[in-house]
Ligand binder design. Structure first.
Ligand code: SAM
Ligand code: SF4
Length: 350
């Protein structure tokens, strides 16, 4: 069975022209989507250079421009009062940010946060896993596209597969659950990685999700370079037999999950072939304090203005509400209107 297509086409919105009701205190946009999910990037730096994410040569933001932990926490507290209850720490590579476990601890202390998770490339996970767990983190997403060291080097332009695998083993030992493994799949490259990754994740009890390659990196993107979820599914089914949709797939969740005939799950994040914009509940805060209502936004709100030199809670609150209100209907990857944002993925936060 293949993944169903979205129910309606994605059309650009004119939401900016609609006035926001002054009494509205929820993070709602003009399409009625309520937002409870915030991705916080803590750095634009990275110790890998994945070809689909960032250029080889890059100028990072000066550290003085990055939000401090206190500023991040001040932002989160205001956002939580507006309904945010899920937070993911990301980057760049979040484990490169000095003192990241302190930030985890500070966020865990904020009441009303129901879910905190972190996405990492796993390179620094082995030395940090225990500290992160002790700080209160329970959920981890680790990005891993291949189990072959040469292919790992080709994709990430750096060595490090062994460290990632050791990091995953340590995270499991320490007690993280669930551990999700995210694999970006590229056409005419990743086909050979699908079955080995599936076996590895099943054997180690990691939840594997394949991600379709999106136009948000430094390389020129074409649809022909995307290994589509249906194609990955066909490769898996040839090896393992028919996959059946998992019970309780949440439409707000970007991953559509399937069950193998012998048990265990695999998911697909089909941003290209099955955009999930109609149920998107996500907001993104970049490391230097720009608030984005979509991964592909062409505009962003500078919220550092309301955090530095000191918190101005009411203007910040209004800025967050307005940013959500102005969210467009969908990203339009599949249309001729699509415009790639200037920022590449590592500088946004995935
Ligand atoms: N450095 C961390 C990591 O790699 O997990 C966190 C940041 S990274 C930008 C977050 C996620 O974005 C990773 O799972 C990565 O594979 C994914 N990603 C990056 N560029 C992408 C692209 N062009 N298309 C789809 N996913 C992408
Ligand atoms: Fe770094 Fe993650 Fe981007 Fe790879 S995907 S370059 S690990 S930020």
């Amino acid at each position: 069975m293949s993944i169903p297509l979205p129910l309606f086409p994605l059309i650009p919105s004119a939401s900016q022209s609609l006035p926001r009701p002054s009494t509205e205190t929820r993070l709602i946009d003009t399409f009625g989507r309520i937002h409870n999910n915030l991705r916080v990037s803590v750095t634009d730096r990275c110790n890998l250079r994945c070809i689909y994410c960032m250029p080889e040569e890059v100028t990072f933001k000066p550290k003085s421009e990055l939000l401090t932990f206190e500023e991040i926490v001040a932002f989160v507290k205001v956002a939580v009062e507006l309904g945010i209850n899920k937070i993911r720490l990301t980057g760049g590579e979040p484990l490169l940010r000095r003192g990241i476990t302190d930030l985890v601890r500070m966020i865990c202390e904020i009441p009303k946060i129901e879910d905190l998770s972190l996405t990492t490339n796993g390179i620094l996970l082995k030395p940090l896993a225990r500290e992160l767990y002790q700080a209160g983190l329970r959920r981890l997403n680790v990005s891993l596209d291949t189990l072959d060291p040469e292919r790992f080097f080709w994709l990430s332009r750096r060595q490090g597969l062994e460290q990632v695998l050791e990091g995953l083993a340590e995270a499991k030992d320490v007690g993280f659950s669930p551990i999700k493994v995210n694999a970006v799949a590229l056409k005419n490259f990743s086909e050979a990685d699908i079955v080995p990754l599936a076996r590895y994740c099943r054997d180690h009890d990691f939840e594997l999700r394949f991600i379709e390659y999106m136009p948000i990196g430094a390389e020129p993107w074409e649809r022909e370079k995307v290994l589509l979820a249906a194609e990955i599914q066909a490769i898996l089914e040839q090896e393992f037999g028919p996959l059946t949709p998992a019970q309780g797939n949440d439409p707000r969740n970007p991953s559509f999950d399937f069950v193998y005939p012998e048990g265990g799950q695999v998911g697909f994040i089909s941003s290209v072939s099955r955009p999930f914009c109609h149920s998107c509940n996500r907001l993104r805060l970049t490391a230097e304090g720009k608030l984005r209502n979509c991964l592909f936004s062409l505009e962003e709100t500078d919220v550092r203005l309301w955090l530095r030199p000191q918190l101005a809670a009411e203007p910040l609150r209004q800025a967050i509400l307005q940013t959500v209100w102005e969210k467009w209907e969908g990203h339009e990857i599949n249309s001729a209107h699509f415009l790639k944002p200037e920022r590449t993925m590592h500088a946004i936060g995935g």
